[in-house]
Design a protein around this ligand. Structure first.
Ligand SMILES: Nc1ncnc2c1ncn2[C@@H]1O[C@H](COP(=O)(O)OP(=O)(O)OP(=O)(O)O)[C@@H](O)[C@H]1O
Ligand SMILES: [Mg+2]
Length: 510
């Protein structure tokens, strides 16, 4: 592909959904060969604007221009023909797990029309998939089933799918949210490679601002459906100035953990194994009021551990005890009855009822609380919903809004709120801040801290070690399904956590 200069621009673009003015007179333009960050708080309008470019928001008003010419982006095929490709926020829903890497990469051109007959040229499909992955410098077996891939690999498959056809503008909507630091570095290498080799333009959405400084050439900030500023990224750019532009006021990102009174031993997991070898002889314990962190890279078994405790994955052997009593948990409803709550990592699949309202979801963690006899007390569910919408800053026109219509980060806030509202004794959080903005993150921390103050047990799994260091009292580090180390938060460091995260068995030397 020769280097040519392409531009993508929009003028006075607006779009309205019932009750929400999602974009208001947005003006934006970008040229070839740049990596451009699109930033803003949850619900600011980032994904909505990107969907306009991708032809997935046909109801926009205003103009979009490619290479200076007005184009009508009223369907996704038109956008693709113009070289605009997008990888959406939710990785898992976009891939078909039961199909191979090759099929998933080539999904948009599996079937070839040969006159009256249609057929699939398998050798050609595999060859083109392989070539595309090689263009990205990614080495994956194209015959592997996508369900066997790590999240990072799935992300690569989606990017490969996007660039199979001529791609001048690649939009990545929060590609790094499910990735660990190491995988994020790989992704950045790939993105830079696309910029350098193909002069591609990459629009990159993220809530991790240090990533922006690392990989982007420039940034644009959106707030409440408008563009409020932006600049090239230089040595002098700081995350602080970006955050302040995002929120419209000054903001202190540091989260001071409040000391809580830590009580007696209350929750204990002994020698827990799942049936698939992902959780391997795990023993952990938690005292009343204590927040324990579960550290480890993506794929270390943190999610599987959370799910096995909660009965969402089958336990092979081992024991779970609460208040000194051994629990028999065969499924999530047993866990809920025993007053254990899980905020799962994959919110759209497991965390929220996507077609239900914000109000219903925020009550769904413990409907019993909101019932008189078997009637749901609407006044109570409404009051509860209003409280969490306020506390977590959930951006929604009303509490009656269907969750599917909220932005990604706001869906995550509902998933977290749902279980915080439930009155449980043990709270398990699996990557609860994935995709939420800096402000909401500190709110979630504060709410979790409040739960601990009530004398509850909190288990907090995250691949972001910084988060664990700010919120937890004690940290278990997992690697390959096993606990490698138990560390006191006050006495440990990111380096020590990393040391055990990569499987080191010798003691950390500092
Ligand atoms: N189909 C829809 N129906 C109703 N409202 C919508 C729809 N799509 C988006 N919105 C609203 O438009 C606003 C902007 O949402 P958008 O998804 O663009 O936010 P975002 O900046 O991508 O946020 P996040 O960081 O949480 O992903 C939000 O208030 C959202 O609820
Ligand atoms: Mg979004």
């Amino acid at each position: 592909m020769e280097k040519e200069n392409s531009t993508l621009e929009c003028r006075n673009v607006s779009i309205e959904f019932p009750g929400v003015k999602a974009l208001t007179n947005v003006n934006f333009s970008i040229g070839s060969g740049t990596i451009h960050a699109m930033l803003g708080a949850n619900g600011a309008g980032k994904s909505t604007l990107m969907k306009v470019f991708a032809g997935a928001n046909p109801g926009y008003t205003g103009e979009v221009l490619v290479n200076g010419e007005v184009v009508e982006l009223r369907d996704t095929n038109t956008a693709k023909r113009l070289g605009i490709q997008i990888v959406y926020q939710e990785v898992d829903t976009a891939l078909i797990g039961s199909m191979s890497v090759a099929e998933n990469v080539m999904i948009n051109s599996l079937v070839m029309d040969m006159g009256k007959r249609q057929f699939v040229n398998w050798p050609n499909i595999r060859k083109r998939a392989k070539e595309t992955l090689e263009r990205l410098n990614v080495h994956l077996n194209v015959n592997e089933l996508c369900s066997n891939l790590s999240l990072a690999e799935k992300q690569m498959v989606l990017i490969a799918r996007a660039i199979v056809h001529e791609c001048k503008f690649l939009i990545l909507d929060e590609p790094t949210a499910p990735l660990s630091d190491t995988e994020t570095k790989e992704l950045f290498k790939m993105v830079r490679h696309l910029r350098e080799t193909y002069n591609m333009t990459v629009i990159f959405i993220t809530h991790r601002l240090y990533e922006v400084l690392e990989v982007c050439d420039a940034y644009t900030v959106m707030r409440n459906g408008e563009i409020v500023g932006g600049a090239p990224i230089t040595e002098q750019t700081t995350t602080k100035e970006i955050v302040e532009m995002m929120l419209g006021h000054s903001f202190d990102e540091s989260f001071p953990k409040e000391a809580t009174e830590i009580g007696e031993e209350d929750f204990e997991v002994s020698h827990l194994c799942d049936t698939e070898g992902m959780v391997n002889d795990v023993s952990i314990h938690c005292r009343k009021g204590e927040i324990i962190g579960i550290a480890g890279l993506v794929g270390a078994g943190k999610t599987e551990l959370c799910k096995t405790i909660f009965g969402a994955m089958k336990a092979g052997s081992g024991e779970v005890k609460l208040h000194g009593k051994t629990l028999k948990i065969k499924n999530p409803s047993d866990a809920v009855k025993e007053r254990i709550a899980l905020v799962p990592e994959e919110r759209r699949k497991e965390g929220v009822l996507i077609t239900e309202t914000v109000e219903f979801n925020l009550a769904a963690g413990s409907l019993g609380q909101f019932c008189n006899a078997s009637f749901v007390n609407r006044a109570k569910t409404a009051a509860n919903a209003k409280k969490y919408v306020e506390e977590l800053g959930i951006k929604t026109p009303t509490i009656k809004q269907v969750v599917a219509n909220l932005s990604g980060g706001n869906q995550q806030k509902v998933a977290v709120g749902k279980w915080i509202a439930a009155d449980s004794d043990v709270y398990i959080f699996d990557e609860p801040t994935k995709g939420v903005d800096v402000n909401a993150k500190t709110e979630i921390f504060r709410l979790i801290n409040d739960i601990a103050k009530l004398g509850k047990c909190v288990i907090y799994a995250s691949s972001e070690n910084q988060e664990l260091l700010s919120i937890s009292d004690r940290i278990y580090v997992m690697y390959d399904g096993k606990i490698m180390a138990e560390l006191e938060t006050a006495k440990t460091s990111e380096d020590e956590i990393m040391h055990y995260s990569v499987g080191a068995t010798e003691a950390y030397a500092g």
